[in-house]
Design a protein around this ligand. Structure first.
Ligand code: ATP
Length: 321
């Protein structure tokens, strides 16, 4: 049971809804009579002692904002035992007895190491637009990013149709194809290329050519950045099909923007759960969603297992193309 203080941080890539989650952690802890500290800029700030006590007003006017008011960063130093010790000592000297980490796989791995090395209670919340954390079918920010991408695809479709072009849309996802697959289906793409599934370039170009010969006006290809080089792909597709092809790399626009209702709601629910759990003495837990319900996942299971792309999504994308 925690009596004095907890801390909350965001880490890794920013994701819309991180603010809503941190706000819920802060307000719940204060409601329970426990002090809350905010760690700025992830593990980098923990090591640099960039830590500040928060009050209810610190998280006002936040729920609708993308990004993270705490800031986020990547820290090489935290990957070393000495770096983690420095970070831990900065928590210890303030009497911080437990830590809520909002971040992706890497951030949660860092937390699992702190738990093992120093015994500090850790509760994780999956915060990443990639939706690639094991044990949960939802991660904070993925829904907003997917909506941003689909909006862009809708616009690209208009111009592709006007010119009878092939439009290749590169979306984020170095190792995970969830964003590409989901937005490919929701955006009505003809092909979705993801790192998890092999594709045959010659077959694809042949099918595209045939479809245009039958009168097709345009095609949308959604490509995860980890599947192949989209710019290079555009040149090859144009050469092999003889069809005017354009590539649109959506880039960081996918990370920004006001979170959707789904991200605000789920992040708020997860934030409350995380604060209550850590205050009541839980540790090594990640909260996520399974079939619409909040579930708790063992932290070590979450970081030691690899989430795979749902083969049902892959199948559906093919059927509907
Ligand atoms: P995203 O999915 O958005 O990329 P992430 O949390 O996976 O988010 P990472 O860059 O992998 O992002 O991790 C964030 C930070 O967590 C790293 O900069 C590092 O400080 C810490 N971290 C990551 N992996 C480890 C590890 N194996 N050991 C210790 N710390 C780690």
């Amino acid at each position: 049971m925690i009596k004095k203080a907890i801390a909350v941080m965001t880490s890794g890539g920013d994701a819309p809804g991180m603010n809503a989650a941190a706000r819920a952690v802060v307000r719940t802890a204060l409601h329970e009579g426990v002090d809350v500290y905010g760690i700025h800029n992830g593990y980098k700030g923990m090591i640099a002692d960039d830590i500040q006590q928060l009050n209810s007003r610190s998280v006002s006017d936040l729920i609708q904002r993308g990004g993270t008011f705490l800031g986020t960063a990547r820290s090489k130093e935290f990957k070393t035992p000495e770096g983690r010790r420095k970070g831990f000592e900065n928590l210890q000297k303030r009497g911080i007895e437990g830590l809520v980490i909002i971040g992706g796989d890497g951030s949660l791995t860092g937390g699992s190491l702190m738990s093992k090395e120093f015994g500090i209670p850790i509760v994780g919340l999956p915060g990443t637009i990639d939706n690639d954390v094991w044990g949960t079918d939802y991660t904070i920010g993925a829904d907003t990013a997917a909506n941003t991408i689909v909006e862009a695809i809708n616009k690209l479709r208009d111009t592709a149709s006007a010119h009878r072009r092939i439009m290749i849309v590169e979306v984020m996802g170095h190792k995970s194809g969830w964003l590409a697959m989901t937005t490919g289906i929701a955006g009505g793409a003809e092909y979705v290329l993801v790192p998890e599934v092999k594709f045959d370039l010659d077959d694809m170009c042949h099918e595209l050519k045939e479809a245009y010969e039958r009168g097709k006006r345009y095609s949308i290809l959604v490509v995860a950045e980890g599947a192949c080089d989209a710019i290079g792909l555009g040149a090859v597709v144009e050469e092999k099909t003889g069809i005017d092809t354009r590539v649109s790399v959506l880039g960081h626009i996918q990370r920004g923007g006001s979170p959707t209702v789904e991200d605000r709601m789920k992040a708020s629910m997860l934030g409350e759960k995380a604060a209550l759990a850590i205050i009541s003495g839980a540790t090594n837990v990640v909260f996520g969603f399974d079939a619409g319900k909040v579930v708790s996942i063992n932290l070590f299971d979450a970081v030691n297992n690899q989430k795979t792309l749902d083969p049902e999504l892959v199948r559906l994308a093919r059927v509907l193309a």
